[in-house]
Write a protein that binds this ligand. Structure first.
Ligand code: SF4
Length: 402
């Protein structure tokens, strides 16, 4: 059995033996649901086989990402790392490159770490018992249930936001899904309705309904295989279930980013400011509570990274971006590296760094390297804005983000 990666004992599994509702209605409902799924399931790439590795990878990708967004990433990822062994042997940097653009990079780090644990402790065979799966980095209750039910037909009902919405409407359950008590109630109901013969298909069917029909607004009830039994529909109050969860208020932050080109290379550093996305390359950046404060912090940061004072332009582009609860207003500045003779201490990587020896978390990348690098979202957005910005004179700066 795999020990918990954070040192805590894994939580007890939900009881797969929870008693189903003794009703003929439940049997008819399950049949209708499964029939609908077999006919209407979208042909998603991870559904081509129920192999543990593919199911696990898809569930991790889908934790914070819409299905449509995840599909091309999944295809590319599976081509690059066709097996758990291949993923475990790959350098983390390469894994992050293939994750680049998908966001929430901790998922990729956990995936890589978990693959190495499985190879080291289970001979490369994905574990099949609840405690071991739940102990893997990045695997919570929902993901463990999804993996074990879909890949191994074990009778665990899943409960994510989509499933909770379907269940709350189907049974007209009132409450807020963020509250533990209500969550447990919905969990119990989902477990009771679960098909014991086809738990994986049942779970996927409910998820599919939540994603495609039972939408937050304007659910498509006439096409839903559960409509005959749906209490919220009968009450004419589909959108009243479940109660909307209160949102954490957004915190407004200002970010200053510097694009520093020199001789066809551009300066990047690991991580955004304030410890965000620590494994991804970004342009030097700094947060502040006002644009001026962010700019001052950026100047200090550039000084510490390049060991030089580089003059910054007026802002050449602006954009907005949200990261979790942060509502970010970003300004992009250009800087020209000062010419200095390269020092002996300069490594091969920073041989072009006339600005001076770089700190260990910074590099000069050619534009080809920049395109392939594991770049953070803010750097991607900055590049996109600069492409469209008349203020950035690329010919002069030898920068072409083609
Ligand atoms: S009938 Fe409508 S509200 Fe009820 S589960 Fe189906 S889509 Fe959702």
């Amino acid at each position: 059995m795999i020990a918990s990666h954070d040192g805590r004992p894994p939580r007890k599994p939900p009881s797969p033996q929870a008693k189903a509702l003794p009703s003929r209605q439940v049997t008819a409902m399950r049949r209708s649901l499964l029939r609908w799924f077999r006919k209407h399931a979208r042909p998603l790439p991870w559904r081509e086989s129920n192999d543990f590795y593919r199911v696990w990878l898809s569930e991790i990708m889908l934790q914070q990402t819409q299905v449509e967004t995840a599909v091309p990433y999944f295809r590319r990822f599976i081509r690059a790392f066709p097996s758990l062994q291949a993923l475990a042997e790959a350098p983390l940097e390469q894994v992050l490159e293939y994750w680049s653009g998908l966001g929430y990079y901790r998922r990729a780090r956990h995936l890589h770490q978990a693959a190495q644990i499985i190879v080291a402790e289970c001979g490369g065979q994905f574990p099949r018992d609840w405690a071991s799966v739940r102990a893997l980095p990045g695997v919570g209750d929902y993901t463990a249930r999804a993996i074990l039910s879909i890949a191994d037909n074990q009778p665990y009902a899943v409960l994510d936001g989509n499933v909770a919405r379907v269940m709350a409407r189907l049974l007209a359950l009132r409450g807020n899904i963020r509250r533990a008590h209500f969550r447990r109630t919905v969990e119990r109901q989902a477990q009771a309705l679960l098909s014991r013969r086809h738990p994986g298909e049942f779970n996927q069917a409910v998820m599919e309904i939540g994603q495609t029909l039972c939408r937050l607004r304007e659910p498509r009830c006439p096409q839903c295989p559960l409509r005959r039994w749906c209490r919220a529909r009968r009450l004419g109050q589909t959108e009243a279930f479940p109660e909307p969860a209160p949102r954490r208020p957004a915190v407004r932050r200002h970010l200053a980013l510097a694009v520093i080109p020199q001789d066809g290379r551009v300066l990047v550093v690991k991580g955004l400011d304030e410890g965000l996305t620590p494994d991804l390359w970004n342009f030097p950046s700094a947060f502040g509570s006002s644009p001026q404060q962010a700019l001052r912090a950026l100047r200090r940061k550039i000084g510490s990274v390049t060991n030089a004072r580089l003059p910054l332009s007026q802002p050449v582009a602006e954009f907005r971006h949200n990261i979790t609860y942060r509502s970010i207003r970003a300004r992009v500045y250009l800087a020209k590296a000062e010419v200095r003779p390269p020092t002996r201490r300069a490594s091969q990587h920073d041989a072009a760094a006339d600005a001076g020896p770089l700190t260990a978390d910074a590099r000069w990348l050619t534009l080809g390297q920049l395109r392939r690098a594991a770049l953070g979202q803010m750097a991607r957005k900055a590049i996109q804005c600069l492409r469209d910005s008349p203020g950035a004179n690329f010919a002069q700066l030898h920068l072409h983000f083609g």
